[in-house]
Design a protein around this ligand. Structure first.
Ligand code: FES
Length: 147
């Protein structure tokens, strides 16, 4: 075997290896695009299944943790709303003030109304409202923010 053949074989080997790597990367990209939740590219949004019985006695609100989010569910006559309690100003956790029907952020005295709209203090953006819905007798809340 000549040195020329050795060099040619070496470059063939490198070219073939690069082709295999490129094919692997392409196939992986296609698979994660087609099945994003199955291959770790995107995390499936967490969801929680509850019922009306989970609300504390005489309360129309309830604190829950869904995914990484601390949230508050507010139940009104024919409506459910859920909010991420993270303040949109600097990320502190807001608290629900039932008697005042509002969210309060003690970090900088931010206040949001019961629909999550900022009404006082530094926050300019509303609280993130999470997707929540009824399915027969179940209440399903997800960590996904409403568009
Ligand atoms: S972090 Fe909530 S008002 Fe500043």
């Amino acid at each position: 075997m000549t040195e020329k053949n050795n060099r040619r074989d070496f470059f063939k080997y490198i070219a073939n290896s690069l082709a295999v790597i490129a094919a692997g990367v392409s196939v992986t990209g296609i698979i994660t695009f087609l099945f994003p939740y199955s291959f770790g590219k995107r995390k499936r949004p967490e969801r929680l299944v509850l019922s009306d019985n989970d609300f504390p006695d005489n309360k129309n609100y309830m604190h829950v943790k869904v995914g990484e989010k601390e949230a508050l569910i507010i139940r009104e006559v024919n409506e459910l709303r859920a909010f991420d309690l993270q303040c949109t100003h600097a990320g502190c956790t807001t608290e629900w003030q039932e008697k005042k029907n509002r969210f309060f952020c003690a970090c900088h005295n931010g206040i949001f109304d019961s629909k999550g709209k900022p009404i006082s203090g530094p926050p300019k953006k509303p609280l993130d409202e999470l997707i929540i819905y009824r399915n027969n007798s179940s209440i399903i809340i997800t960590e996904q923010v409403k568009a």
